[in-house]
Design a protein around this ligand. Sequence first.
Ligand code: HPA
Ligand code: ZN
Length: 350
Amino acid sequence: MFKVHAIPAKRLPALLKAMPKAELHIHIEGSLEPELIFALAQRNQVSLPYASVDALRAAYAFTNLQSFLDIYYAGASVLLHEQDFYDMAWAYFERAAADHVVHAELFFDPQTHTERGVPMQTVVHGLYRACQDARTHWGIDASLILCFLRHLSEEAALETLEQALPFRDCFIGVGLDSSEVGHPPEKFARVFARCKELGLHLVAHAGEEGPPSYIWSALDVLGVQRIDHGVQALKDERLMHRLVAERVPLTVCPLSNLKLRVFDTLADHNLGKMLDAGVCVTLNSDDPAYFGGYIGDNFVQTFEALNLTAQQAYVLARNSFEASFVSTQQREKWLHELKLCVESFVEHDD
Ligand code: HPA
Ligand code: ZN
């Protein structure tokens, strides 16, 4: 019998950190720390509308998704050369390794860069090289998911896909991000259909600020395999039943939801309710440099605010592997390692 309940509460923070886990919702441009933004601005002679690291950090007082995106795109403007993309991803992997992330699927936003004249190859090769080196250096298995910016047109997304096809082997799937409300998933029906034909994995942000109907159309029109965020699903009972029945994973990001005011406080977050309902939720950082924490911080702060248990920690880590785009053999290996780790925290009477 696997006695997760026999793990004492005082050992929970250590367990949260030590558990091997997968991170499935991280925008790599959202891992750019202010210090690295300023270092790259200097290296590339890019001028920033902020006088200092502190002034930039002081601007991180967001009121909603759009107020964040405006600063996030400004921060990404310092990325020009392949080495810049490599250095950004490398800094993320260093933090991820400390949180015992063994698998990461990184979102990247090529249009943010190609629109500024940075070639697709520069973006993809820099990130891909960092992913390969993360395996050698930290044993982290990492892959890339190309996101289309939903505030731009579907034609622009189709063009971006064409530009990325010479590098098809460097990414495993596509996603949909940026300003959600007013840009429903069905706007991108054709480009997602084309991506499906190409054998790419499909995910989309839906139900972060947008209504449950966006989650329905991401599933039914785009045919996505996972929903990013999806926290608005709880407003729609029929949708909840479907997510549970079909085990559709939701990649939830509590600190992001707090900073973008989706919930007033972390104690108001519905992650616990989602877990109780049996939804396959995973816990992730979204844009850690902007939202005050990496995946480990998300675990620790959310568990504290919602009084979650060691059993729920185990379920979240298991879900992260279940929801990841890896081979069955690789998944089983991590699930076994996770079980051994959790068992090592059980206190025995003898
Ligand atoms: N939502 C939508 N688009 C994004 C986000 C997010 O949280 N982060 C980066 N792009
Ligand atoms: Zn996101």
